[in-house]
Design a protein around this ligand. Structure first.
Ligand code: NAD
Length: 510
């Protein structure tokens, strides 16, 4: 693939993929949401934007679909998700490339994101035969107590630009087997991949045959459209992925109407490199976690605590790797770092680096790269910043490839520093010392939702529950028992005796 493709080629490529994936021409227009590719910063087209009234009507339709879908046996619901996985397999090359064109990820990551969708579909199909509850010992003879899990209702899905398709599938695949209907409000920065996914879903639904109308709907718009979804009492669950700022608004609004929210918000992820670490492995793990996806993953590595006994040589090696990494058009197979999503992201990065300098930080890297790829395309040189301590921008999530490095001497102290930020998503320790590894994973260790040993914090698999604590929002999605978040639980007590003993020995003889 030619690295210096013209704007027409980027847009033409995206439009051809949309057509191949069956997106109707009517979804695109001359006005509405502007869809841009960060590869060249230019316009691909406009996507029809939905109004608040259309959202309200869609919620009504989705609610009616839920009323029918909840009666369909779960393994049959799983069949729809199996067909979705099937369609995604067929569309993988095209959809993966479209993710690259719209979000700027390198091709292997674009394809990897679609693979993640396929994986969660497979997982959800299996789950559709395992939506189990407990049978619980009862204190009353001739009684049985158990729990039953039922569909919860309409699940609203709000997603961020950086995982424009996988996050929908984490939610939708589980919600659909759980008997919910779904409404998707994707990021206004990634409307094209959403159109493609909806076309793929519609194909699966047509093959399925009798899925109720309105079972999975897509509505496009910005924050205001999201608010309409968030505030509607018919939306039982709001699963919202994005910044902590967004979660701070969405969480209380959903709670105010006693709805349920699943919040997947920002991270400020750290790794510790201990004296016994396999330093070569640590270097590779850290490079991917910190620079991969141009630092635009919620799990990107942002803080590195390195033991002072290995710090000098390790930081020197890291700075060398940062200085030589291939930055460029993400369609080029040699590229490891693609563009930032837009100018605002680049400006935020520069502002954070300036603040770090003012606090005594030594910055290696940073600044704009590959200006030849377009005036409105923002490629950044990744930056390693040696900080005297954890302050200022180190305490925040800057969605860009900045790695703050700090030195430590004592494990207990560094765990305290590790946990001393508002966010709690992903974390790692690089060590060959069993005591250190176990301590980091113990109750007195990392306070994050994801705690790794000898791999970086980014790149989670779908089999585990995904999410984090504190300002990351506390939600869990994807594997393990995250399906419970999409269902409501009923506790059933059944009396098969002729007596009526009351619990706790209470008597009430009439
Ligand atoms: P963002 O918060 O700007 O937008 C995310 C989504 O929320 C968009 O669809 C947006 O329209 C919507 N939104 C914003 N305000 C809203 C409101 N008040 N009510 C309803 N909807 C609203 O985030 P972004 O820039 O697209 O994505 C980057 C952020 O997402 C980073 O902070 C990153 O860490 C986070 N993220 C978290 C996870 C996770 O699983 N924890 C995954 C991906 C991204």
């Amino acid at each position: 693939m030619n690295v210096h493709q013209s704007h027409e080629t980027v847009a033409g490529d995206a439009l051809a993929i949309l057509e191949r994936l069956g997106v109707p021409a009517s979804a695109l227009g001359d006005k509405g949401l502007a869809a841009r590719s960060p590869i060249d910063g230019k316009l691909v087209g406009h996507v029809v934007e939905n109004s608040a009234e259309e959202m309200t009507a869609a919620i009504g339709k989705a609610h009616a679909a839920y009323m029918a879908w909840r009666q369909v046996p779960p393994p049959r619901r799983g069949e729809l998700v199996r067909l979705l996985g099937d369609e995604l397999r067929a569309a993988k090359e095209d959809l993966g490339r479209l993710v690259t064109l719209e979000a700027g990820k390198i091709l292997s990551e674009g394809l990897g994101e679609v693979q993640e969708m396929i994986d969660i579909c497979d997982f959800a199909v299996g789950m559709s035969r395992q939506l189990y509850g407990l049978t619980i010992a009862t204190e009353r003879s001739g009684h049985r107590m158990m729990e039953t899990w039922h569909p919860a209702g309409v699940c609203g899905i709000i997603t961020a630009f950086n995982f424009p398709v996988a996050v929908w599938s984490w939610n939708a695949a589980l919600a659909l087997v759980c008997g919910d209907s779904v409404i998707w409000k994707p990021s206004e920065k990634a409307p094209l991949t959403a159109l493609a996914v909806q076309a793929i879903f519609d194909r699966a639904a047509a093959r399925f045959g009798d899925a109720p109308d309105g079972l999975a709907l897509l509505l496009q718009g910005g924050r205001a459209l999201g608010e309409t979804l968030v505030d509607d009492h018919r939306v039982a669950i709001v699963s919202a992925t994005g910044s902590t700022r967004m979660g701070r608004e969405v969480g209380p609004r959903v709670a105010a109407r006693f709805g349920r929210s699943i919040l997947e918000l920002g991270g400020n992820n750290a790794a510790i490199v201990a004296p016994t670490a396999d330093l070569d492995l640590a270097l590779r793990g850290i490079a991917f976690a910190a620079m991969g996806t141009a630092g635009q993953r919620c799990t990107s590595l942002r803080r590195l605590f390195i033991h002072e006994s290995v710090a000098d040589s390790f930081v020197a090696k890291l700075a060398r790797v940062y200085g030589s990494v291939a930055i460029g058009d993400p369609r080029d197979r040699g590229t490891l770092i693609g563009p930032l999503i837009d100018k605002a992201a680049f400006d935020n990065m520069e502002a954070a680096l300036a603040e770090a300098r003012s606090l005594g930080g030594t910055v290696h890297g940073g600044g704009r790269a590959r200006e030849d790829l377009g005036e409105a395309a923002f490629y950044a040189r990744p930056a390693v910043v040696e900080m005297p301590d954890q302050a200022g921008p180190v305490l925040r999530e800057t969605f860009a490839p900045i790695l703050y490095v700090m030195r430590y001497t004592d494990l207990e102290e560094v765990i305290t520093s590790h946990n001393a930020v508002p966010q709690g998503l992903a974390s790692s320790i690089f060590t060959l010392d069993l005591r250190e590894a176990e301590t980091f994973m113990s109750a007195a260790g990392s306070d994050c939702g994801i705690v790794n040993v000898n791999i970086g914090p980014s790149g989670a698999e779908i089999g585990g529950a995904f999410g984090g604590e504190k300002e990351t929002g506390g939600g869990r999605e994807s594997g393990s028992d995250a399906w419970r978040g999409y269902m409501r639980r009923a506790t059933n007590t059944i009396n098969y005796s002729r007596a009526l003993p009351l619990a706790q020995g209470v008597t009430f003889d009439i």
